[in-house]
Design a protein around this ligand. Structure first.
Ligand code: NAD
Length: 260
C-alpha cells in the first residue's frame, strides 16, 4: 500500500530502524536508509530493500549530530526519490552514568542525536509533505519518554522532549493531511540494549543475567523483550489511511511497563 511513497528512516542500519525500512519496502515504498556501520553490510541491506520493494533504496551517511547534513539528506531524498512522504526519526544512542559522573560530551551527543535531529528532519521535510497534502512523521521515543530510570538523565530528558516536539508539530500540521506520532517501545532486543549491559553491570554491581532479568525485564510485566517487527508493524499501521485520525499521540509498545 506504499507504492509511490518515499520514506526516510534515520538510524536504519541496525535494530528497530532497519525493521521499519524493511516493513516500508515490503509494502513497495522507496526508502532512504541512514546510519553507521560496515560499508559492505549496509550495501547488502540497501540492495535487499530494493529487491523487496521493487522500488529504489538509497543510503545516506548523514550524521544526526549535524543539522546541515540532515538538510542535505532530505534534499537528496527529494531530488532522487521524491517526497519524503514518510519520515521516521529513529536514530538514537544511550549512555548510562550517574548525574555527577555523566560526561558532558555524552549529554550533548544524546540531545543532538535523540532529540535535535528530529527537529532538523521535520524542519526540512514538512514543506514537501504540505505540497502533497499527505505525510506521516513517526519518532521512536521510548518508555523513557513516559517514566524515568536512574543513570539515564540525557536519554530520559531527550525522549521526554521528543514527545513534546511530536505534540507541537502535530498541532501545527493537523490540517495538512500530515500526522505526527511517537512510538514508545519498552526493551527491544537490539544492539543498543546489548551495549548498555556492561555499563549497568558496572554501575549496579550485577552479573549479565541479573541485568537482563532483574533490571531490563524487571520493568516489563510480559517478561519478554519487544521485537523489532512488532514496533515496525505499528509504524506501518500509522502510515495507513485508517490511521489518519491518530496524531500527536505517544503509543507505547512496552509489554505493560508504563501501565504500572
Ligand atoms: P541500534 O543501536 O540498533 O540502532 C541505532 C541506529 O542509529 C544505528 O543505525 C546507528 O548507526 C544509528 N546512529 C547512531 N548514531 C548516529 C548518528 N550520529 N547519525 C546517524 N545515525 C546514527 O538501536 P535501536 O535499539 O534499534 O534504537 C533505535 C531507536 O529506538 C533509538 O532512538 C532508541 O532510543 C529507541 N529505543 C530502543 C529501545 C530498545 O530497547 N532497543 C527501546 C526504546 C526506544
Amino acid at each position: 500500500f506504499l507504492k509511490s511513497k518515499t520514506a526516510i528512516v534515520t538510524g536504519s542500519t541496525s535494530g528497530i530502524g532497519l525493521a521499519y525500512a524493511k516493513a516500508f519496502a515490503a509494502e513497495g515504498a522507496s526508502v532512504m536508509i541512514n546510519g553507521f556501520g560496515d560499508a559492505a553490510d549496509i550495501e547488502k541491506e540497501r540492495a535487499g530493500l530494493e529487491a523487496s520493494s521493487g522500488a529504489k533504496a538509497l543510503y545516506s551517511a548523514a550524521d544526526m549530530t549535524d543539522g546541515d547534513a540532515i538538510a542535505t539528506m532530505v534534499a537528496e531524498c527529494h531530488d532522487k526519490l521524491g517526497g519524503p512522504d514518510i519520515i521516521v526519526n529513529n536514530a538514537g544512542i544511550q549512555h548510562v552514568a550517574a548525574i555527577e559522573d555523566f560526561p558532558v560530551e555524552k549529554w550533548n551527543a544524546i540531545l543532538a542525536i535523540n532529540l535535535s535531529s528530529a527537529f532538523h528532519m521535520m524542519h526540512h521535510a514538512v514543506s514537501h509533505m504540505k505540497e502533497k497534502g499527505w505525510g506521516r512523521i513517526i519518532s521512536t521515543a521510548s518508555a523513557h519518554s513516559l517514566v524515568a530510570s536512574p543513570n539515564k538523565s540525557a536519554y530520559v530528558a531527550a525522549k521526554h522532549g521528543l514527545v513534546g516536539l511530536t505534540k507541537t508539530v502535530a498541532l501545527e500540521v493537523a490540517t495538512h493531511g500530515i500526522t505526527v506520532n511517537a512510538i514508545s517501545p519498552g526493551y527491544v532486543w537490539t544492539p543498543l540494549v546489548e551495549k548498555q549491559i556492561p555499563d549497568t553491570m558496572k554501575t549496579r554491581g550485577l552479573t549479565r543475567e541479573q541485568v537482563i532479568n532483574d533490571v531490563l525485564l524487571d520493568a516489563q510485566p510480559t517478561k519478554q523483550f519487544v521485537t523489532v517487527e512488532q514496533v515496525a508493524a505499528l509504524a506501518l499501521f500509522l502510515c495507513r489511511d485508517e490511521a489518519a485520525g491518530i496524531t500527536g499521540a505517544n503509543l507505547p509498545v512496552d509489554g505493560g511497563w508504563t501501565a504500572q
